[in-house]
Ligand binder design. Structure first.
Ligand SMILES: [Zn+2]
Ligand SMILES: [Zn+2]
Length: 473
């Protein structure tokens, strides 16, 4: 009899619990139109790294109206902010991004067509910021309703694309005392894998020479472009002798103005990546030596400036399981006939991966192996400061790669909004699980400590440089 009664209590509790979760899902869903309108405003602003004034302000105002207290201009970055609700432990952080990519302007149409020719949300960060804010607001509402103790913090994190905004925020201790950090990223499917990412260091090498008439007195000139060319030649020889999972890529951002003038200035913008930051550091030192060699051999002078540096993501399996189970509860979405027509026009365009449209309505199996996917993220540094977990949702036509016009296009339609809503709900439910189960936080923390190692001490790949606020100028 007693046993039966206990079983009844457990069943009743589970029912109440899942009703609460269903209520949170419904509450977020009711506000889709409002969140869609904010995301589309940020999509139109399309502001690049550290210049996201309007986007940051709109998110700050949205959270202020909801009763969050906002501290703006943190970590010496005008567009970075932290919005806080509640007090005491546990403290759950939620990351939001909002920077666009230069040169990827695109209309919300299924064919390539520039909107303003300047920049576009080709990584979907307009959705990332708003979806995370929606989650933070839902958690706040739930805390008020239930009297739950603790703190929810929304982090407005600028310049993810090459600016390493979060690294300065970690370096400034803004994540101290946070128990778990939740985030997500727009994508072309729904998953909550415990995967890693590539550590990355980037910067500019500036060569200074001496200009001269290229035909009348070339002997008086020293070509800065020669310095850049000598450097890239050596970089491409170096490729043979680095770990094969390394990635090295560059562009020449300045190479002179006219062939009949020996250029006195030339500039190389370089990225170096590897699944392990130790290899990245070693390759960067090699690059510095290459630059010196190139300058000496060409009679020029070189200066380098580190602009970005991020750790590889540290996955947390305990938290990935929490997020995956909540994503399954939320579920995917079905494309409307109009969205299918839009998608069918995008699918055959160049650059798309093979995929099927039902990916929007599928939650992928949880993968716990921590292989690095192709990209890098400044969430990496956060994940070495606090146990961190993220997911991806289908905000683009399935098969769409990030940083493409196809991503900007779908991100400006309701496909992007529907994917964003999955992320908002999944993050909110995961936060609620953590608030209600201290043992989950403890387990995630034990895993985090085992993986970082007892003697781990955080040292940013950026050294002590100030935020590179003008890296997009
Ligand atoms: Zn990106
Ligand atoms: Zn991104």
């Amino acid at each position: 009899m007693k046993k039966l009664f206990i079983l009844f209590l457990i069943a009743a509790n589970v029912t109440v619990f899942s009703q609460t979760k269903q209520q949170v899902i419904n509450d977020i869903q009711k506000r889709q139109a409002e969140y869609s309108s904010i995301a589309m405003d940020i999509w139109k602003y399309a502001e690049v790294g550290y210049q996201e004034y309007k986007s940051s302000e709109l998110l700050q105002q949205t959270l202020k109206k909801e009763g969050f207290s906002v501290t703006a201009g943190v970590a010496e970055i005008p567009t970075a902010f932290v919005a806080t609700f509640g007090s005491g432990k546990p403290v759950i952080g939620i990351l939001g991004e909002f920077d666009a990519l230069p040169g990827l302007s695109q209309a919300a149409k299924p064919e390539k067509e520039s909107l303003n020719g300047v920049a576009g949300h080709a990584c979907g960060h307009h959705l990332f910021g708003v979806g995370s804010a929606a989650a933070a607001i839902a958690v706040k509402d739930w805390m008020k309703k239930t009297g739950q103790k603790g703190t929810v913090k929304f982090y407005g994190t600028p310049a993810e694309e090459g600016g390493s905004g979060k690294v300065y925020m970690v370096r400034d201790g803004l994540f101290n005392g946070v128990d778990v950090v939740l985030h997500w990223h727009p994508g072309s499917g729904n998953s909550a894998n415990a995967s890693s990412s590539l550590a990355n260091k980037s910067g500019k090498f500036r060569f200074y020479g001496r200009s001269a008439h290229a035909a009348a007195s070339p002997e008086n000139g020293r070509s800065a472009l020669d310095g850049v060319e000598a450097m890239t030649h050596m970089i491409n020889m170096m490729r043979e002798h680095v770990q094969e999972d390394s990635r090295i890529h560059y562009v020449i951002t300045s190479g002179g103005k006219a062939p009949n003038v020996v250029p006195d200035f030339a500039e190389l913008y370089l990225y170096v990546r590897h699944p392990n930051r130790t290899n990245v550091k070693e390759m960067w030192e090699w690059m510095e030596n290459i630059a010196q060699g190139a300058a000496q051999g060409t009679g020029t002078r070189v200066e380098s400036e580190v602009l970005g540096g991020v750790y590889e993501l540290l996955p947390n399996e305990t938290l990935a399981k929490v997020m995956h189970s909540n994503m399954n509860k939320v579920g995917g979405y079905v494309l409307t006939p109009e969205e299918v027509a839009f998608a069918n026009k995008i699918l055959p365009t160049p650059g798309m991966f093979k995929s099927t449209l039902d990916a929007t309505n599928t939650i992928e199996e949880l993968k716990l192996e921590s292989s690095a996917n192709g990209g890098s993220t400044d969430v990496g540094d956060v994940s070495w400061a606090v146990p961190t977990v993220g997911c991806r949702t289908a905000t683009w036509v399935p098969g769409t790669p990030a940083h493409s016009w196809q991503a900007v296009a779908a991100g400006g339609t309701n496909i992007g909004v529907k994917g964003m809503m999955i992320a908002a709900k999944t993050i909110a439910l995961s936060a609620i699980d953590l608030f209600q189960n201290q043992e989950l936080i403890d387990k995630a923390t034990v895993e985090f400590k085992a993986k970082t190692g007892g003697d781990f001490k955080y040292e940013s790949l950026l050294g002590d440089r100030k935020p590179a606020l003008n890296y997009r100028n």
